[in-house]
Design a protein around this ligand. Structure first.
Ligand code: TXA
Ligand code: MG
Length: 314
């Protein structure tokens, strides 16, 4: 049985983590599947239930700066500028790790990804435990991340001790991941905070990590894939032409559309994107069409997830 907890049960949730259990919790980006950083057997449970490859490291979630000093070393000055601007918030930074961090967290790398979430449940849980909480996104590998409690239960009911229900997450997309391992901020994953916003703080251009040469193990895995094939269109007319004679089809666009009865329209936006992909799976949808207008094309993080979901970017 997976218990459904609320904000009032944070002490109980922290007790479960202390006992080596896995507890899912909301953050401002997506739900995470959490374990205490100092409980390797709970961490292996995360890899097992999520069916995550063991060479893909986890993010350590912290609630204060002492916890950062506890697990990271050789911290460059630019980190403090980023932390001052974006902690707590949806930014993850990769630093050199200290030896107290278990091998399984960092998947054998000499680095640790860390972030201070802003969600009161996430912060309260880490605070109640008193040590960093490692957590990947709370979805089975290859499925869209969870943005609501029931998504977590769809993937892990009966397999984890508890989930804390915090309703729908604010951003609906994962944190931005920046590596500071060689001094130059390098973007490993576009996300909730735009690169332009980060550059306003660092005053240097963020280097783009090249796809194909993964310096972030997560870059080499296919993500966010719904069962139905996804077709991308620039304009609604092209989409209408392709929709003839299709059944059980989902269409996503920013502006509402008049569609045949066999199709269902959904508003295309970052916060709801993963939820719609999950709904498509649940409805046994046969195809998904997404109309990417100019404004959508400008949204780097959302386009990254659309391209990955449609298999156009491995
Ligand atoms: O918003 C988020 O970041 C959510 C919430 C739960 O915090 N978490 C999340 O975790 O998206 P996950 O495991 O799904 O994605 C973490 C990404 C992966 O692509 C992983 O490869 C990368 O961060 N990563 C983790 N540790 C790393 C490290 N030491 N060096 C490079 N990349 C790392
Ligand atoms: Mg993930």
């Amino acid at each position: 049985m997976t218990e459904i907890l609320t904000y009032n049960d944070l002490i109980c949730a922290a007790e479960l983590l202390k006992r080596g259990e896995v507890v899912a919790f909301p953050t401002e980006t997506v739900y995470g599947l959490g374990a205490s950083i100092f409980q390797p057997q709970a961490i292996s449970k995360i890899f097992e239930v999520k069916r995550r490859p063991s060479d893909n490291p986890l993010i350590a979630h912290v609630s204060n700066f002492q916890q950062i000093a506890q697990i990271a070393r050789d911290i460059p000055q630019v980190f403090y500028a980023l932390a001052e601007a974006f902690f707590p918030g949806p930014l993850t930074v990769v630093l050199r790790k200290k030896s107290c961090v278990p091998h399984c967290v960092s998947a054998g790398l000499d680095s640790i990804a860390l972030r201070m979430p802003r969600h009161p449940i996430a912060l309260g849980l880490i605070e109640a435990l008193g040590e960093p909480v490692v957590a990947p996104s709370a979805n089975l590998s290859g499925r869209p991340s969870s943005t609501q409690c029931h998504h977590v239960l769809d993937d892990f009911s009966g397999k984890i001790a508890a989930v804390i229900d915090g309703g729908k997450t604010e951003y609906g997309i994962e944190s931005t991941v920046i590596s500071l391992l060689d001094g130059v901020p390098t973007l490993l994953r576009p996300g909730a905070i735009s690169v332009a916003t980060i550059e306003e703080v660092t005053h240097v251009c963020t280097r783009q990590a090249k796809e194909g040469t993964p310096i972030s193990p997560g870059m080499k895995y296919r993500h966010y894939a719904p069962k139905a094939p996804i077709a991308l269109f620039r304009h609604e007319q092209e989409c209408f032409a392709a929709l003839k004679a299709v059944e059980a089809h989902f269409v996503l666009s920013r502006e509402p559309l008049q569609l045949p009865d066999t199709c269902q329209w959904f508003h295309l936006n970052t916060a709801d994107f993963y939820g719609v992909l999950r709904q498509a799976d649940a409805a046994n949808c046969q195809g998904i069409s997404i109309i990417c207008d100019e404004q959508t094309l400008q949204n780097h993080a959302l386009m990254n997830r659309i391209l990955k979901a449609s298999g156009n970017m491995e």
